[in-house]
Structure formats: structure tokens, C-alpha cells
Write a protein that binds this ligand. Sequence first.
Ligand code: SF4
Ligand code: SF4
Ligand code: FES
Length: 281
Amino acid sequence: MTAPQPSGPDTHGVAVDAYTAAQAAQDAAVGHETRTFKLWRGADGKGDFQDFTTETNDGMVVLDAIHQIQAEQCNDLAVRWNCKAGKCGSCSAEINGKPKLMCMTRLDELPANEPVTVEPMRAFPHVRDLVTDVSWNFRVKPRIQKFTPRPPDAPDGTWRIQQADVERVQEFRKCIECFLCQDVCHVLRDHHKHEEFIGPRFLVYAAALEMHPLDVAERTTALKDDFGIGYCNITKCCTKVCPEHITITDNAIIPLKERVVDEHFDPLRALVRLVRGPKRK
Ligand code: SF4
Ligand code: SF4
Ligand code: FES
């Protein structure tokens, strides 16, 4: 909007007032606002919140505001991100106390007139400011038995599978490895069972392999003994924070738990297993 020009000395004061009101109205229309951000600063687990104020508008996401603060006020603020499109899983943090992607959290979704708090994930070692060391997750993944297809069904090297079985695992393949589900899971976050429990992300990964219609590997023993599936008490917190809306608990973890029970705690199955060996498919 063009600012109304003052028309003369006797209207000068009125014109300036009118301009200010018009500009304020325009700013309000596009959601311009000065907002306060309480950002965690520090290294190696020690630190505190530091307050910053910056100009925002409704279209901005939290990561935009952080980049603005980084550019204009705090060049050494550490923050991890890559795609700014909700696809790389790098910008995970806790926003107003909830695990979220910074690049997918719009400012207009957060309570107005309240500071926005941004702090690093708590289930992993802190590096600096908003950055955590998530490398433990990348050490977990190779421990899970790889995809092991059965021999082809036809002489031409092809398989025959049901469409419903193909679709069942598609949901699990949406995972972007943001590790927000790992961050919220109390077994890792509060009880620090990283040595004994692989966490919801890798139970999803195990489910994708285990329920694949061609896979014949045996994973139930590892799920029970090495991957700690019994620690999960189905609180569903992981499902609630997943930005890809994967139904982690109901569609991945509970069916895996049922497989473990069928395979290891059903006496008839245990007998069959003893006779035919560990493979179940
Ligand atoms: S449902 Fe299980 S894996 Fe998910 S957060 Fe709760 S305890 Fe952790
Ligand atoms: S399952 Fe969801 S919350 Fe967990 S790592 Fe994958 S995308 Fe992130
Ligand atoms: S920057 Fe890639 S998911 Fe946020």
C-alpha cells in the first residue's frame, strides 16, 4: 500500500497518524509481528535459553525465524537443516516443548503473544545450541537383519504377490528418519535404554522388512532379545509426533509384538519351531 502523503502544514499531524494506522492495518493483514524466541544456547548438555526478538509474518516457519536471527543477530547460532521441505529429517527440535520439524512448524500455528521456545532433542547427546548427535541411530540400523527375499516364484525370475501385501508396507517407507519418535519415547528419553531398545523408528524399519511379502528372514528372536520390543508399553507418543503420520504403534509395533508372542510364547508354535528351525515364513 502507498503511504498517504501529508497535504499541508495544518494537516501534517493528521496525515502522519493516518499513515501509521494504514501501515499498522496492512501489517496486521499480512500477520507482521515482532515475536520473541527463547533459543537454547550452549554446548555438551550445558546451557540456557537466550531471548531474541525478530520481525515475523504468518507465512514464516520456525526455521525461517531462526535463520533470520542467525543472519541479523547471532551468526554463531548452531542449527541443523537441509531441505526446508519436511523431507530430510534434519531440523528436528523441541518447539514449545513438543518434538517437531522446525521447517514444517508455521508461526501462525503457535500461540500468539507468547515466546516461542526452541531447544534441542533430549534423547540424544547434545552437541551445540539446537544440534544433537543422532549418530546412535545410524549404528542401530545395520544390526537389523537385512531384506532377504525368497527364491523367485517363476522360472523367469519373477514373484507373485498380493497387492494388499504390497500396500501394507508402503506406509513404513515414508519415514524420513527425523528421529522425533525416538526423542519422545520415554524408554530412550527418560530411561536411556539405548543399549537395549532400538526405538520406534527402527521397529518401523523392522516391520517394513518383516511384513514385506517376499522377505523370509527371522527377526523375532532379535526383536525379543536384542532390540527390546518388550520395553514398549504402547503409549503411542511416537505415533502422535510422526510428521509423516505413520501409525507406528498400531501398524508396526503391535503386529511385531504379536509375531514375537506367536513365535516364542505359544507352546504349539514353539514345538513346530523346534522341529522345523527358526524360519517362520
Ligand atoms: S508406543 Fe512404545 S515405542 Fe512408541 S513412544 Fe510409547 S513406548 Fe516408545
Ligand atoms: S517414524 Fe516418523 S517420527 Fe519416526 S523417524 Fe520416521 S518419520 Fe520421523
Ligand atoms: S530441513 Fe529438512 S526436514 Fe526440515
